[in-house]
Structure formats: C-alpha cells, structure tokens
Design a protein around this ligand. Structure first.
Ligand code: AMP
Ligand code: ZN
Length: 462
C-alpha cells in the first residue's frame, strides 16, 4: 500500500514518505476557544482523525505524533469574556470542555498532544528574538513585525499574485509597518488585556499574534521540520503562509512541513454558514438530535477537498446506513489488523488521498457480503474491523440502540413565537435580547434564515 496525499505546496498528489518512519509527525490548527464549535469546525477534526488512524495503521500506533493546538489567547476571546462578564480563563476552560466533548462524541481519538498557546509564550519569545536577530523582523512602537520582503520566496504556498497579497494586507495598515505586507508577531497589551513580558527588550507587557503561536507549538512538540500540516482551506493565506515564513526564517530551513493538507468548506443547506445570517449550527445542537457517528458518516461521505453541502437529508441517510450496519454486526467484536483483508481493502482506498467516499462505497459492498445468511460471524467481525478504520461501528448494536434518541417533536407554534419576539427585539435595536433568542432557537436545533425583506424562515437542523 502506497500512501498518496494531495499537497497544497506542490499542487499534486505525491507519495508520502515520512522523514522518520518511527516518528511520523502531524500538526493541525485547532480551535480558538471562545464559542461552541460549529459543524464546519468538525470537518478538519474528523478528516485528520481518519488520517491519524490510517498513519497509525501504516507506521504503528506508537510511531505517530498528532498535535492539535488550542488557541487560548486571541482578541476574540478577550472580547467575548468581557461581553459575558466572565474571566478569560473561565471562558477558555468552558469552551475547551465543550470542544473535547464534541470531538469525543464525533468518535475522534484524542491527539497525542493538545498544546495551549498560553503555555508556549517562552517559545514564542525565543522565535521572535531569533527573527529580529537575523533581520527578518523588527521592533516598532511596542510591536514586533515580520518583514515580508526579507523572505524572497514568501507566498509559495498560496501562490497568490503579489498585488493580491498587498491588497489583503492593506486591511490593517499601520503607520509603523515598513512594508504593507508585514505582519504582527507581538503587540502591546493595554490594561485589562492578558499580557506577558515582551521580547526584544520592549518594556511594555504584550501578547503574541496568532500565527506565531502555531510556529512555536509545532516547534516544541514536533521539531523544526515535520511531515504533515493540516487545516481548513481558509487558513492557507495568510495563516499558513505566515507560519511557514516564521518557522523557515527562524530555523534557516527550506521547509516547515513537507506536506500541507487543506479541507474544503462546509455550507449549510446550500448557504455559507455565518453568524450574521443566523444560519449557523453548532456540533452540540446537532448532537441533541443525532448520535455523533451519524454526523461523522455524513461528513466522510464527501471527499475532504470538495465542498460539502450539509443537509438534514444527508444526516438522515447516514443514520439509516448505520442502523443497517449495526443490525448486521450485532454484538460481534471487531477484527482489526493486517490479517483482516476487509480492513486492508478500506486502507487501500484511504491511501488514495483519504478517499473516504470510495471507502464508504466499499463498506456498503462488504456489508452485503457480511449480511448474507450464509455468512459466518468471522465476516461480520471483519466488516466491523474495516469500518473501525474510519472510526465507524465502534460500538455494539446494543449500545447503538440504547443511544438512539427519540425524534424530537418540534412545537412549531412555540418556535414562531420566539422568532416573532426576536424580530421585535431587533426592531427595538435590543440586539442582546435578539441574540439571546437566536441562541435559544439554535440550541433547539433550529436554523434561522433571515431574508432581505425582513422576514425569517426556519428549519430544523436534522
Ligand atoms: P477557526 O476556529 O475559525 O480558526 O476554525 C477552526 C478550524 O475549522 C480551521 O481549520 C478552519 O479552517 C476550519 N473551518 C472553519 N469553518 C469551516 C467550514 N465552514 N468548513 C470547513 N472547515 C471550516
Ligand atoms: Zn495554525
């Protein structure tokens, strides 16, 4: 089996050869912990979990280090904690708690390390001082900025035309920038905002920019150069481009990670998910109505690089499939490992750039084989072992049945009443109340669609 992965750096599907087969190293950008994760955030979590499982099977369970960070210092966190009137620590702990519960319910293995940005400030300072010492960064008005023209091949990941990058960077022009594309490594913290002693002899307290956090955490846990770096497609520019610039310039290396993988975006019932549109659904709200395994199967039914249109119909279809598969395997245990030919067939399909839709099509075929009246329990065990490689059928049929939730009857009149109250609150410009009502609806799994003419339509997100 040859593992081939699509690499955003080379724009081609290449054979994967780790630097060190006894320690295969994977880094994935994790959540900024200020709010419940939405179903789009579940996509990198699930897809890189499948990659983690495949790497463990290929190189050995102890030969893979998977790092997924927690961004617990960010201006969005500060703003949200202030809004809610709670401490930053309370907010980040609460959000992390929910994120961990979400990922568990989605059937994901815990990563090998979940580093927190606030525990890696020393590494960030070391990197920043190195960048300044080598002429790649400079201090200006309490800030430290990365000087983009100091890196001749800056932009090689996103391959954006220079004009585009300059236009993008103009969004935050600051008088102290030497070049419009220069980006922040460190900035001063005013009173009341979290801060740490600054690098480079800057007297004021300060806090890191977002990009330097990932360079520091990947360095500490995976080294200067590692194998695979992942995240959603929106992170290619500027986040990943800037991580590459920082790490390569700090260490004088030609690569930060040899393979860069990016998942496509998820849209909700055909529309971009957005808080301002109100069509935004959290993993938690979906888990109220569906076992996480249904969300996982629905997610994996589309290839990770394609966009997903997330629909209730798709989850319903996944639920029916799982119901059938659990009926077939009953309470048989799974047979896992190289000796299981079904598992190898699934591994072969996943080895082709994590082709999960092809693996699922093949599982349907294997299900038929295992379902045959003549089938021995060995075939059922093999089928279950094959599904386990995708993180599916990890329970017994009895556990699955016990977990199934009764369909939630939706009281349409009560929903309309809440929607009317929200419209009235918005008219009265009481946005806090309007948001609170929206949260209440979302927590019941209701997806709101605000229309241009001021009306709101709704659907149950299931
Ligand atoms: P954030 O907390 O916004 O930084 O996002 C965490 C992860 O989720 C990143 O890898 C994003 O690229 C990814 N992500 C955010 N929104 C979506 C979406 N709608 N579809 C797929 N991935 C997403
Ligand atoms: Zn990152």
């Amino acid at each position: 089996m040859e593992l081939r992965l699509y690499n955003t750096l080379t724009r081609s599907k290449d054979a994967f050869r780790p630097y060190d087969a006894s320690n295969v190293r994977l880094y994935v950008c994790g959540p900024t912990v200020y709010d419940l994760a939405h179903i789009g955030n579940a996509r990198p979590v699930v897809i890189f979990d499948v990659l983690f499982r495949l790497l463990r099977r290929t190189f050995g369970a102890h030969a893979v280090t998977y790092v997924r960070n927690i961004t617990d210092v960010d201006d969005k966190i500060n703003a949200r904690a202030a809004d809610r009137g709670i401490s930053i620590r309370e907010l980040t702990e609460e959000t992390y708690h929910w994120f961990r519960a979400d990922t568990q319910d989605l059937g994901c293995l815990p990563p090998s390390v979940e580093p927190r940005a606030t525990e890696h400030i020393d590494e960030m300072r070391v990197l920043i001082e190195r960048l300044v010492a080598s002429g790649h960064a400079y201090v200006a008005e309490g800030h430290v900025l990365f000087h983009v023209p100091s890196m001749p091949d800056y932009g090689s990941l996103s391959r954006r035309p220079l004009d585009d990058m300059i236009a993008g960077a103009r969004v935050d022009v600051a008088p102290y920038k030497r070049d419009p594309m220069d980006f922040v490594l460190w900035k001063p913290s005013p009173e009341g905002v979290p801060g740490w002693p600054s690098p480079c002899g800057i007297p004021e307290r300060g806090r890191p920019g977002w990009h330097i956090e990932c360079s520091a955490m990947s360095w500490r846990h995976l080294g200067e150069t590692f194998d695979i770096h992942g995240g959603g497609i929106d992170l290619v520019f500027p986040h990943h481009e800037n991580e590459i610039a920082q790490s390569r310039c700090a260490f004088g290396t030609n690569v930060m990670a040899q393979v860069w993988m990016h998942n496509g975006f998820l849209t909700l019932e055909g529309e971009k998910m957005s808080k301002s549109l109100g069509n935004f659904v959290t993993i938690r709200a979906l888990l109220e109505d569906w076992p996480g395994e249904c969300l996982r199967l629905a997610m994996l039914s589309t290839h990770y690089r394609q966009p997903i249109n997330w629909t209730r119909q798709g989850i319903g279809f996944a639920a029916k499939t799982l119901d059938k598969w659990y009926r077939i395997v009953g309470d048989e245990p799974a047979e896992t490992g190289e000796g299981n030919p079904f598992e190898s067939e699934i591994a072969d399909r996943l080895a082709d750039d994590i082709n999960s839709p092809s693996a699922i099509t093949h599982l349907h075929h294997l299900a038929e084989v295992a379902e045959d009246v003549e089938s021995s329990s060995a075939l059922k065990r093999r089928f279950k072992g094959a599904a386990n490689l995708l993180g599916l059928l990890t329970e017994t049929e009895s556990e699955w049945r016990a977990r199934q939730r009764a369909a939630v009857a939706v009281d349409a009149a009560a929903i309309e009443e809440l929607i009317d109250a929200r419209i009235a609150a918005r008219k009265a410009r009481d946005f806090a109340r309007a948001d609170q009502l929206r949260e209440q609806l979302v927590s019941q799994g209701i997806v709101l669609m605000d229309n241009k003419d001021g009306t709101t339509s709704w659907e149950v997100a299931r």
